[in-house]
Design a binder for this molecule. Structure first.
Ligand code: ZN
Length: 209
């Protein structure tokens, strides 16, 4: 992979290390993840040093993993919110001052890199755009296919606090009191049907040899 002669640093790490980290964490060097590192890198660079930044990511695909891998923000610690908008964009912001930077994939700029544009708009079948080619284009382009700008947060800047908790009289599990007098699952709005009897600790889904 061509990455230039001098060592490029992204998010404070050498590029090669970033790419390896992506592969380990995400399973493969997904182009969206690689592009995501450039986006996180740009946003981090624009924030004053030492601030505790939270994140909003506007797609569920790839980008949340880039934020989780290259910033302290994760879904689990509540510092990152993920929107299902399918917009390839993210914001990192100072949650106290409610301002920060948004970085997005800029379609107009991307037209100068046809393979990236085609990949992003899904106008060419996957096998027509080999991964190596895509990664090369991304590494060559970097910020040239992105835009960034300062933003003031108007929403989503608050961290979710745990609300009241209640024990469900039907299943005996604790749940968010806001769901009502019985839990969502017992109210028929769950996502599963309990099969057979409950497991005890000694049984497992794996058949004995
Ligand atoms: Zn219940």
């Amino acid at each position: 992979m061509r990455a230039g002669k001098r060592v490029i640093f992204l998010c404070g790490r050498p590029l090669e290390e970033c790419l390896n980290a992506i592969e380990q964490f995400h399973g493969w060097k997904a182009p969206g993840m690689v592009l995501g590192v450039f986006m996180v890198d740009w946003a981090l660079e624009r924030l004053p040093p030492g601030i505790e930044a939270d994140a909003v990511v506007e797609t569920r695909h790839c980008l949340p993993d880039a934020v989780q891998l290259f910033t302290p923000c994760t879904v689990g610690n509540g510092w990152m919110k993920v929107l299902n908008w399918d917009k390839f964009a993210l914001s990192l912001f100072d949650r106290r001052k409610k301002n920060g930077f948004r970085v997005w994939f800029d379609l107009q700029k991307a037209q100068r890199v046809p393979e990236l544009y085609q990949w992003f708009m899904r106008t060419v079948p996957k096998k027509g755009l080999p991964l190596e080619t895509l990664l090369d284009r991304i590494l060559e382009a970097g910020r040239e296919v992105l835009s960034a700008g300062p933003v003031s947060m108007t929403d989503l800047y608050q961290r979710h606090k745990k609300s009241g908790i209640r024990v469900c009289p039907e299943c005996g599990e604790a749940y968010a009191a806001a769901q009502g007098t019985i839990c969502r699952s017992c109210n028929g709005k769950g996502y599963y049907r309990l099969e057979d009897d409950r497991d005890d600790a000694s049984s497992s889904l794996v058949d004995p040899p």
